[in-house]
Design a protein around this ligand. Structure first.
Ligand SMILES: C[S@@+](CC[C@H](N)C(=O)[O-])C[C@H]1O[C@@H](n2cnc3c(N)ncnc32)[C@H](O)[C@@H]1O
Length: 541
């Protein structure tokens, strides 16, 4: 088993190969300066498409290119998740099999809850078997590390793992380490940040018995920060950990990417989001693409040391300026966006971790607070409905209301959050947000006839809510099949929900002209109740 866990990129190489090479401090050589290494890396992928690592068309270093046209919705490659870890603050994923133990929409619960390691009280496993496997391959070493620093950044934990494995004679990074971007010089310009890197490097050096050159550890810590990808399950917009894979580390960022990364069990998959032309560079989004342009730019600069100049950033920035006219001052808008996020963070933390974080305002007060913050930015007109963070705030509020069993404000917020954003079209985030809306719809549709909601004569009928739920689920299944692939557990989960709903309601014929007509009518009623126009809703494909 250890052999299959060992990273393929020169897994059995002698560690001395790495240590003897003293070229571990910046500047590095980019990958494409070593064409043979690039060919070897690509050859291990078994991708159905010809791929190439070349000089990037976006930035100074290397990038990954399609050698032939790739249609939208195709698997570009899948690799075993070897160097990967779940974040300390995630509570539902097993740290060995990477399966989600919590049930959700289209996602049945796995057997049993995750149990926390009694040693470090951080790592979690869904079974004794998973715990044993993890203990053998990494947790025996990492348990001690996590006991001292349970909140350690996941990428730093992975840097520890690289050197624990190296001590055992396994070179997890193979020949690629010296070619990885580190931004060491940029870190060096910032006292606290370089001190953090050095402290981690010193700790790794000590923990691993000082068996490796310290300079190698120094460069590997920021290399893990720059080159690990976010581990995103199909079910969530947020990532739950980080993973390193050598080829994936060559993919550059775009806020409007043509590909995306997700994981399923111990597999990392890259799929196309749109048609990629032969010779075009493959891009992924390094962060949550639903973030506002200012938040994306700030995060990319802070975490990856570059100024994003993509078309999407430029057009969204221009749009903001035009909304603010005649004022040219964008700062109050950015401040308001940050304040709204801060309010939502406090409300969410207080709701999810009662007793740990201080109690926060009730939800109508939170809504009022948000409205007050944003009204100050556009005093003579309402804050544009599609402008972040309003749509995202509404989706967060919908989930918080739902947790309190308040389906009516949850439904209003969910519909406005989902359909007033500019994030139209199918994509992984579109599907996740749609499942949030469907969760609320299912609960609203099962309210008893004497529920308070029905005192409101404009509240949609159960039949309308059901027709809209079927339509959204039908579209969600189609989009999930395109985006994640028909074989993904999430797609299968959504489709079996639809099948089950249709089995219990045999009169419904989704996909027919008649159903389309019923859906449009019902959606119009639901939209009108929520204070939206019929054209705000979804069009069945
Ligand atoms: C994971 S590496 C990607 C591969 C890298 N270009 C290389 O040569 O190894 C991430 C780094 O690539 C660069 N990068 C990625 N996307 C970029 C973009 N859209 N604009 C500018 N630089 C980018 C940044 O230096 C970033 O820290």
């Amino acid at each position: 088993m250890l052999a299959s866990l060992a990273i393929d990129n020169g897994a059995n190489e002698c560690s001395a190969d790495v240590i003897d090479d003293d070229n571990y401090t910046p500047p590095r050589d980019a990958f494409h300066t070593n064409p043979q290494l690039c060919k070897d890396m690509i050859a291990r992928l078994a991708s159905p498409f010809p791929l190439e690592i070349r000089s990037s068309s976006i930035c100074m270093g290397s990038g990954l290119f399609a050698g032939a046209e790739i249609d939208a919705g195709r698997e570009i490659y899948c690799v075993p998740l070897q160097l990967a870890a779940i974040d300390a603050d995630d509570t539902s994923f097993c740290h060995w099999c990477f399966k989600d133990q919590k049930a959700g929409f289209g996602r049945p619960s796995e057997d049993g809850a995750v149990k926390t390691c009694t040693g470090c009280k951080t790592a979690r496993f869904c079974s004794k078997d998973c715990q044993k496997q993890a203990w053998t391959y990494f947790h025996k070493d990492e348990c001690k590390v996590l006991r001292k620093a349970p909140k350690m950044r996941t990428q730093h934990l992975l840097a520890h793992r690289v050197f624990f494995w190296l001590r055992r004679g396994q070179n997890a990074l193979g020949k690629v380490n010296r070619y990885l971007e580190t931004h060491f010089n940029e870190f060096s310009k910032n006292g606290p940040r370089i001190t953090e890197i050095m402290d981690i490097a010193m700790a790794i050096h000590d923990e691993t018995g000082r068996t490796t050159e310290l300079s190698l550890v120094w460069r590997t810590v920021p290399a893990m920060r720059m080159n690990c990808v976010r581990l995103r399950p199909p079910t969530k917009k947020e990532s739950v950990g980080y993973a390193f894979d050598a080829v994936t580390a060559t993919i550059n960022h775009s806020c409007d990417p043509n590909a995306f990364v997700f994981f399923e069990g111990r597999k990392l998959c890259i799929r196309s989001l749109k048609k990629i032309a032969a010779g075009e560079e493959i891009t992924i989004c390094y962060l949550d693409p639903t973030l506002d342009v200012a938040a994306r730019k700030a995060l990319l600069k802070h975490e990856y040391f570059f100024d994003c100049n993509c078309n999407r950033c430029n057009s969204e920035h221009k749009e903001k300026l035009s909304l603010l006219r005649p004022s040219k001052d964008i700062e109050p808008l950015h401040r308001a966006q940050q304040e709204v996020h801060a309010v939502l963070r406090s409300a969410t933390r207080a709701a999810k971790h009662p007793g740990i974080y201080p109690a926060f305002d009730d939800l109508p007060t939170v809504e009022t607070k948000i409205r007050t913050i944003i009204n100050n930015v556009f005093p003579s007109a309402p804050w544009p409905e599609h402008l972040e963070p309003l749509p995202s705030a509404r989706l967060v509020l919908a989930n918080l209301y739902l947790d309190q069993g308040k389906a009516i404000p949850a439904l209003r917020n969910a519909l406005k959050g989902k359909f007033r954003s500019t994030r139209r079209g199918g994509g992984p985030e579109w599907i996740n947000e749609m499942t949030d809306v469907m969760t609320v719809l299912v609960i609203a549709g099962s309210l008893p006839r004497d529920a308070v909601a029905y005192e409101d004569k404009t509240f949609p009928s159960v039949d309308d809510i059901k027709a809209v739920t079927y339509g959204y689920l039908y579209e969600g299944c189609r989009q999930a099949g395109k985006v994640f692939g028909g074989e993904a557990a999430y797609t299968k989960g959504l489709c079996s929900m639809l099948t089950e709903m249709l089995r219990t309601n045999p009169g419904v014929r989704v996909g027919t002209k008649q159903f389309r007509h019923e859906f449009e009518k019902a959606q119009g009623t639901v939209m009108a109740w929520a204070g939206m126009k019929p054209e705000d809703g979804m069009v069945l494909s």
